[in-house]
Design a protein around this ligand. Structure first.
Ligand code: FAD
Length: 525
């Protein structure tokens, strides 16, 4: 795990990154792997911003073809199989059904779009588009009877917040100093270096870190960092567009997702989620409130329910919503009049001030984070000199060293080694940690050896791993970003986990105070 920043105030890093979303951790991993010294600070938890609140698709974005975004769509389509091979435990192929009926985009246009989508991305693993009959088929069963046929195409699904944490873990294993709950509050230039003041969000301690390059990967906060930490008061580069999703109890049994067109022309998805649920979204509206207050409105909830109800036989009511989440897209402001028309492409802006390099990232998608990181590294290499080669395309993320279709094999191996775990827990572990599961549970040989039981298959052994190796501090970190166990946890169970974490960190603090005391006594003696 990374060393404490406070002990390293004199160290000069090659690269400092503000923001621990998918882009920040992706840049940290790539840079550390090429041999640069890297420090990353995230003000809350990793992925607590947009990167845990997405639709969770590794996709080209079928609808972006309508806006002629061929570069973005092609880059994204190519990335699907690269990312799938890098992390087949947290990314997997998903088939999408596009049901058709009168009044929608014409069938010939959809066929043309899908043919392009099939060919732009040089598919080798994912199957191509096919025609699908919906009447008298299990895929048509959940839909209203006016949907008689449709098309089926491929994209991928990703556990977005775990993608972030795996990048952070890998960056750390390559020497990067990675910190969550640590906010960048001020940046100044001194002797051609950035002098960055950070504040620990938990104990309020401030530190100063020096670096040659500053990467502003703070997503929707990119202008806030420029305004507040760099005193660049006129920074207004991003347009914040809110997207919300609702989660309801599972409404169909098959594994296909639906891509649907709303009456206003907008696209939304209905996706099988976490085995027992269905995810529906998203909205796309300008976010006028503070970037720190991002919440689904009642109007959005109703909009999503109404949209789903134009397709589904089962009527979704507001009271059926078991969970919801919202995120804001930090879209580079290209002056588009409607939120859904604004560019989803990323924009990188660099400036050199007194021999110090500053890089700002605007916009982007989860799907393109690896390519974005490579582009950022081009600027860093140009500035600091080349240290290593392009390397991430053929690399595995931690735990992802299995075949693309290796899930069942991994489940079987886990079951053989840990027969006392339920099938549900084995599946969850394989999907979250891949081959790392063997490290986490090592030689555990009974359910008792896993320690305290927090519920839904979460035991002390895993919680300790999440604290020590994955920087978890709160129950939210564990239940909603390292996993989605929060969907099954009762209030009572959450309270017990909170209490455990409280005790754990109190003991840790008192032990470290005692150690300081002992070393002071030793020094005096
Ligand atoms: P973030 O994840 O927001 O990370 C920025 C981080 O910076 C935050 O964690 C924040 O706490 C931190 N930070 C801010 N200020 C400071 C500071 N002063 N000091 C330290 N840290 C700071 N993309 C896809 O590819 N597929 C999809 O299906 C998809 N669906 C989406 C659906 C929705 C509703 C939304 C909103 C976006 C979707 N996206 C999708 C886009 C994707 O989620 C984002 O582009 C991506 O997550 C942005 O990552 P990021 O690292 O730039 O920002």
């Amino acid at each position: 795990m990374s060393e404490s920043i406070s002990k390293k105030t004199e160290r000069i890093y090659d690269v400092f990154i503000a923001g621990g979303g998918v882009n920040g951790t992706g840049v940290a991993r790539d840079a550390a792997g090429r041999g640069y010294t890297v420090c990353l600070c995230e003000m809350n938890d990793f992925a607590s911003g947009t990167s845990s609140n997405s639709t969770k698709l590794i996709h080209g974005g079928l609808r972006y073809l309508e806006y002629y975004k061929f570069r973005l769509v092609q880059e994204s389509l190519k990335e699907r199989e690269v990312l799938l091979k890098m992390a087949p435990h947290i990314i997997w192929p998903m088939r999408f059904i596009l049901p058709h009926s009168k009044g929608m985009r014409p069938a010939w246009l959809l066929r043309l779009g899908l043919a392009l989508y099939d060919h732009l991305g040089f598919r080798k693993i994912l199957p191509g588009t096919s025609h699908v009959k919906l009447n008298n088929s299990e895929f048509g069963l959940p839909l209203k009877s006016n949907f008689k046929f449709g098309y089926e195409y491929s994209d991928c699904w990703v556990d977005d917040s775990r993608l972030v944490i795996l990048n952070a873990i890998d960056a750390s294993s390559k020497g990067a100093n990675i910190q969550n709950y640590c906010k960048v509050i001020n940046v100044e230039k001194s002797n051609s270096l950035w002098s960055i003041t950070t504040k620990d969000s938990i104990d309020g301690r401030e530190n100063v870190i020096k670096a040659k390059c500053f990467v502003n990967a703070s997503g929707p906060w990119v202008d806030n960092v420029l305004q507040d930490s760099f005193s660049k008061k006129n920074s207004n580069h991003v347009r914040l567009v809110r997207g919300s999703h609702i989660v309801v109890k599972k409404i169909f049994n098959h594994d296909r997702s639906y891509i649907c067109q709303n009456e206003d022309g907008r696209i939304f998805f209905i996706i099988p989620y976490e085995d027992k649920f269905t995810l529906i979204g998203t909205t796309d509206i300008d976010h006028d409130q503070s970037v720190n207050e991002v919440e689904i409105s009642e109007k959005e909830k109703k909009y999503i329910c109404d949209s789903a109800n134009t397709y589904l036989n089962a009527e979704i009511k507001l009271k059926d919503i078991v969970w919801s989440y919202s995120g804001v897209r930090p879209l580079y402001d290209d002056g588009a009049s409607m939120a859904q028309e604004a560019t989803r492409d990323y924009v990188i802006k660099t400036s050199r001030e007194d021999s110090a390099l500053m890089i700002n990232i605007f916009g982007g998608k989860i799907t393109t984070y690896r390519r974005l990181s490579e582009s950022i590294l081009e600027h860093i290499e140009e500035f600091l000199g080349k240290r290593g080669n392009l390397w991430t395309e053929k690399s595995s993320l931690p735990g992802g060293d299995i075949a693309v279709d290796g899930q069942i094999d991994l489940n079987n191996k886990l079951h053989m080694k840990y027969p006392f775990l339920t099938e549900e827990t084995i599946k969850r572990l394989a999907r979250s940690y891949g081959t790392l599961s063997f490290e986490i549970f090592s030689d555990s040989n009974s359910i008792e050896s896993l320690g305290k039981n927090f519920g839904s298959g979460l035991y002390e052994k895993e919680v300790k791993y999440l604290i020590i190796k994955e920087w978890s501090r709160t129950s939210d970190d564990i239940l909603f970003r390292r996993s989605k166990l929060g969907l099954s946890f009762s209030k009572e169970e959450i309270k017990r986990l909170d209490q455990y974490l409280d005790d754990f960190f109190k003991t840790k603090k008192s032990n470290s105070n005692n150690n300081k005391l002992t070393s002071n006594i030793a020094e005096t003696a």
